[in-house]
Design a protein around this ligand. Structure first.
Ligand code: BEZ
Length: 211
């Protein structure tokens, strides 16, 4: 079964490079990113895990925990982490799930056999404090992900969870937002004291409410 937006993220217990993780307990009411890689000791994966480790302060300032997954064993992960630290000039300090029996990979539909046989593709799940899935992304093995884009989406998700706004194409933190169509003009005047501009009746722009 695919995991869809709005679903409760499937729970699991798994071995990781930092000991066992009980997923729902580990989320602990915060935001989480679960992301998979095809295989240990592979080049693109090495750069991706290093990129995430180097963004540690960006994830933690947003209150987001990260959890990686690769189908290899814990001993492989531990050896590979040393290589990642050395080559990407970082310290991987988040857990990597060891999933040799593909239990978590299958639970999250991370194996796409017509693309990559018996290995996980590059899946991403962002999970909110309510344990619901807020974003899914799937990249092929040949293309490393843009983790700045994940931070951008996290900013949008955290903002739109708090205010009745949506964020437009290519939005970045601090830029103008769109007032949700469900909010009437009358309510918008109360909710958005900085004011708004109605470009069209359905396209109303307001400064980012929490800036
Ligand atoms: C890589 O990480 O470079 C990779 C992994 C599996 C297949 C192809 C590339």
């Amino acid at each position: 079964m695919p995991v869809r937006l709005g679903d409760i993220a499937p729970d699991f217990t798994a071995e990781t490079s930092q000991g066992p993780v009980h997923f729902h307990e580990w989320i602990d009411g915060g935001w989480a990113v679960l992301f998979s890689h095809p295989k240990d000791y592979t080049p693109v994966c090495t750069t991706e895990l290093g990129a995430v480790a180097n963004l540690k302060s960006e994830f933690s300032k947003r209150g987001v925990k990260v959890l990686a997954l690769s189908v290899d064993k814990v001993e492989d992960h531990r050896g590979w982490i040393k290589d990642i630290n050395e080559t990407q000039h970082t310290q991987v300090d988040y857990p990597i799930i060891a999933d040799p029996d593909r239990k978590v990979a299958n639970l999250y539909d991370m194996i796409h056999p017509n693309a990559l046989d018996n290995l996980t593709v590059r899946s991403v799940f962002i999970i909110g404090p309510d344990k619901k899935v807020k974003l899914t992304l799937t990249y092929p093995a040949s293309t490393g992900r843009n983790f700045q884009e994940l931070l951008r989406v996290l900013d949008s998700l955290q903002l739109t969870a708090q205010y009745s706004v949506a964020t437009p194409a290519d939005w970045k933190q601090g830029q103008d937002c769109i007032i949700s169509p469900a909010v009437s003009d009358e309510d918008a005047k109360k909710k958005f004291p900085k004011g708004f501009k109605a470009v069209k009746p359905y396209l109303r722009i307001t400064p980012q409410p929490n800036k």
